[in-house]
Design a protein around this ligand. Structure first.
Ligand code: NAP
Length: 287
């Protein structure tokens, strides 16, 4: 069969996903394509039509990105427990003509974090998460559900508060709490085992920006994971390494969340090496 896969979002100009999934299909000798479906934020009818195409079998699987992750979660026929807890989906797959919503960001983050920072993640600890948007929800859920305590700092404290309230309801006991930048300094020196950046700060073309305020001390014993992966290394990763922290970017998470989605759609083991090569290859002028 020819796989009909794709990505719903808006805008989608710079997505790496087509390159990744086409490479995965090619590496396994599968035919098919991965297309971009640009759906403006207010166009719910277009989302419904794409869900119908999945039910009817003309599409076999879709990724979902900004701004549709929460809207799509409300339109599917069923949610996996992870997507239900997070309240957002990044993957749609079909079982017996029903559209399921899943969130592979959470297991993708955790899988890469464990591989990249094994010492920091050998046992549950205390994490500081920067940002409180969609990716933060997946990251905080992944940590809370593995016994971590999490503090969330965001430029809008109400957003961090809402995130913690939502996820504390899904993962008992509730160990997520918001914190404001102004009171972080003393706590920071000794406490966190892990810092995770989930803001887009530092992404190309604003590559010199960092979400870590210059005057803030770096913790003595923490490791850093930056969800941003373009450029490599990010300014934040460079800053943390200069302060002596083990630090990695989010390219491995990108690959792992794609691999998990591919496996949901096709039932085939995703070729992670091919995904990795596609993610790091220089862009071709015809794609
Ligand atoms: P999002 O839902 O828009 O959330 C972004 C969060 O960052 C919000 O809390 C936002 O606050 C905050 N923020 C934005 N600009 C900021 C700034 N200049 N200073 C401080 N805070 C700022 O986006 P998302 O889906 O969570 O994605 C966030 C980043 O993670 C993106 O760069 C995305 O590419 C990356 N990501 C990577 C992977 C991976 O596989 N490596 C997976 C998912 C996401 P406001 O709401 O106040 O703007």
């Amino acid at each position: 069969m020819a796989w009909a896969l794709g990505l719903i979002g808006y805008p989608l100009g710079h997505s790496l996903s087509p390159r990744l999934h086409r490479a995965a299909l090619a590496a396994l000798g599968q035919t098919g394509d991965y297309r971009l479906y640009e759906v403006p934020p207010e166009d719910e009818d277009a989302l419904r039509r794409l869900m119908d195409a999945l039910r009817q079998g003309t599409l076999h699987g879709l990724n979902v990105t900004i701004p549709h992750k929460q809207r799509a979660a409300a339109l599917v026929d069923a949610l996996t427990p992870t997507a239900q807890a997070i309240g957002a989906v990044n993957t749609l797959f079909v079982r017996e003509s029903r559209v399921w919503g899943d969130n592979t960001d959470a297991p993708g983050f955790w899988a890469d974090l464990r591989v990249q920072l094994p010492k920091a993640t050998a046992q549950p600890g205390v994490a500081l998460v920067l940002g409180a948007g969609g990716a933060a929800r997946a990251v905080v859920y992944a940590l809370l559900s593995r016994g971590w305590r999490v503090r969330v700092v965001a430029r809008r404290p109400t957003q961090a508060q809402a995130l913690c309230e939502h996820l504390s309801a899904a993962t008992a006991p509730p160990f997520c709490s918001p914190v404001v930048w102004e009171t972080l300094a003393d706590w920071l020196r000794e406490t966190p085992d892990l810092i995770v950046n989930t803001t887009p700060v530092g992404m190309a073309p604003h590559a010199e920006a960092s979400p870590w305020p210059a005057a803030l001390p770096w913790p003595r014993n923490a490791a850093l994971y930056d969800l941003v992966y373009n450029p490599r290394p990010t300014a934040l990763v460079r800053q943390a390494r200069a302060a002596g922290l083990p630090a990695v970017d989010g390219l491995g998470m990108l690959i792992e969340q794609a691999a998990l989605a591919f496996e949901r759609w096709t039932g085939l083991r995703a070729p992670r090496e091919a995904l990795g090569q596609a993610a790091t290859a220089p862009p071709r002028s015809d794609t």
